[in-house]
Design a protein around this ligand. Structure first.
Ligand SMILES: Cc1ncc(COP(=O)(O)O)c(C=O)c1O
Length: 482
């Protein structure tokens, strides 16, 4: 028998064909960060964010679900660059695409897409982003990252709202002069309603709707915008369905109260923004019913409904968009994305198209080379049935987490998830940190979220047998914390 069978979970060997470009397990040479990472870190005095760096990586050697570091440690990556690697490292289909000489000029010449797009751009959009457009949305605006997608989506909602109020799109002279000095009516007192625990990015507008951690917000001026409570569900959901329904009803009621209150304050709510699963804020879920009701509230009060799928989009929940789990034909007015989609941007209804050029604009407005890669990623997702695979491995993952939670009730609670987009709570923050570091030294990379949760964000090529490798290692780590 395999040596891992001495642990709780039986290791299921992968069929060879499935792992062509993957390694067969973690392989650790040092603790992480190893010497080479530490030395490089000391040399790295020029950056930005030295304090946040975990270790230095060797992307040439990384494959599939495994990230290799500069000390030669090979780790099963269940965090995937903050959930942004769609089909694993160095997928052969993507390497092949990049080695095609016809694609070189797309890589070398990054255009100002808003004014000088390449001829094949409309076709590439059709092949990539538009082929996975959410229901009811035929338009897409590409952008560079998640924050700038949300930031511009908010602007689109304000522009739409003001034109709706005016009844036409011709600004007055007063609008034009007052906006130049940040005053009404040109810069109107409008607001966006967001939720406690939300994360929508760190730029100024996004930050006004981000309420996950104080460290993101401290010292930065913000807007007086309404913040509604996000449901705090009790797990397991089946046992608490009545309590959870009441909790969701309470939050929805609060949303309507806030919309009315802010209208009375003279700062009407132009849009509501929400994540289908609050990720950074602790993997907080709500039911499809909650989202359907919220969508209806937005319609009833004339607010645009913006679903931020930056982290949930791209297949991790078992559907390409998490909002598909709500089963609606008209789920949103705007859906923003980034991360696994490789390029940022947002889909929108026709009405939310800005009425004049340069109102929603920046230099790059995305990157055509990312659309090339995305088109191929989508091919791989279809060819390899990766959404079904995610559903399958997600079941193995959540069932494994339930078992471990039963085995270590003093450490683990509230296992939850959709597809492989799973999380579990640890008894306290210190224990969480210790578990994350020990797991890493044993070859498993995980991320935290919220006050004391661990989130699972594998690539879409994360299979049952990767789940079992993880569960065995996690079990060992937990045994040390008992
Ligand atoms: C839901 C959500 N929105 C927005 C963002 C911001 O994206 P970016 O970091 O690319 O600016 C994130 C990033 O984690 C996110 O999870």
């Amino acid at each position: 028998t395999h040596s891992l069978s001495k642990f709780y979970f039986v290791y299921k060997a992968a069929p060879k064909t499935q792992v062509e470009f993957d390694y067969d397990g973690p392989s650790m040479k040092t603790s992480v960060p190893g010497t080479r990472s530490q030395v490089t870190h000391k040399q790295h005095v020029y950056s930005q964010n030295v304090g946040a760096i975990n270790f230095f990586c060797n992307y040439d050697e990384s494959r599939g679900n495994y990230l290799v570091d500069v000390d030669g440690n090979r780790m099963l990556d269940i965090y995937t660059q903050i959930s942004s690697i769609p089909i694993g490292y160095n997928h052969p289909a993507l390497l092949k695409l990049m080695s095609n000489p016809n694609n070189l000029s797309t890589l070398v010449n990054r255009p100002a897409l808003g004014i000088l797009p390449p001829e094949n751009f409309p076709n590439k959009l059709t092949e990539s982003l538009l082929s996975v457009a959410p229901s009811g949305m035929g338009r897409v605006q590409t952008m560079a990252c998640g924050s700038c997608s949300n930031e511009n989506a908010y602007k689109a909602m304000f522009i739409w709202y003001r034109n709706k109020e005016r009844g036409h799109n011709i600004p007055s002279d007063e609008d034009l002069s007052s906006c130049m000095v940040n005053q009404v009516p040109g810069c109107p007192e409008l607001s966006i309603l967001s939720f406690m625990g939300a994360f929508h990015g760190r730029t100024m507008g996004c930050l006004a709707t981000t309420h996950s951690k104080a460290i993101h917000k401290l010292d930065v001026p913000s807007f007086d915008w309404p913040i509604a409570p996000f449901p705090k569900l009790q797990y397991p959901l089946e046992e608490f369905s009545r309590e959870n329904a009441q909790e969701e009803a309470r939050c929805l009621e609060e949303v309507e109260d806030l919309i009315v209150k802010w209208r009375q304050k003279g700062k009407p709510v132009a849009g509501i923004v929400i994540e289908p699963i609050q990720a950074e804020g602790g993997d907080n879920h709500a039911s499809p019913d909650f989202f359907r009701s919220l969508r209806n509230i937005a319609c009833k009060h004339g607010c645009a409904f913006h679903v931020d799928e930056v982290q949930t989009g791209g297949g991790n929940t078992g559907k390409f968009w998490a909002h598909e789990h709500w089963g609606m034909d008209d789920p949103a007015d705007i859906v923003s994305f980034s991360k696994k989609l490789l390029t940022g941007g947002y889909y929108h209804k026709d009405e939310l198209q800005a009425d004049k050029p340069y109102r929603i604009f920046n230099t790059w407005m995305g990157d055509p080379s990312k659309n090339l890669l995305l088109a191929e990623v989508l091919n791989v997702i279809r060819k390899e049935n990766l959404l079904e695979e995610v559903t399958r491995s997600g079941k193995a993952l959540i069932n494994g987490l339930y078992e471990l939670q039963a085995q270590y009730p003093g450490i683990l609670s509230r296992a939850r998830g959709q597809g492989t987009f799973c999380a579990i709570d640890i008894c306290d923050d210190a224990t969480r940190s210790s578990i994350l570091l020990k797991a890493r030294d044993k070859g498993v990379l995980l991320g935290g979220c919220g006050d004391r949760s661990i989130r699972f964000r594998p690539a879409l090529v994360f299979k049952d047998y990767h789940v079992h490798i993880f569960l065995n290692i996690f079990n060992e780590v937990l045994a040390q914390h008992k």
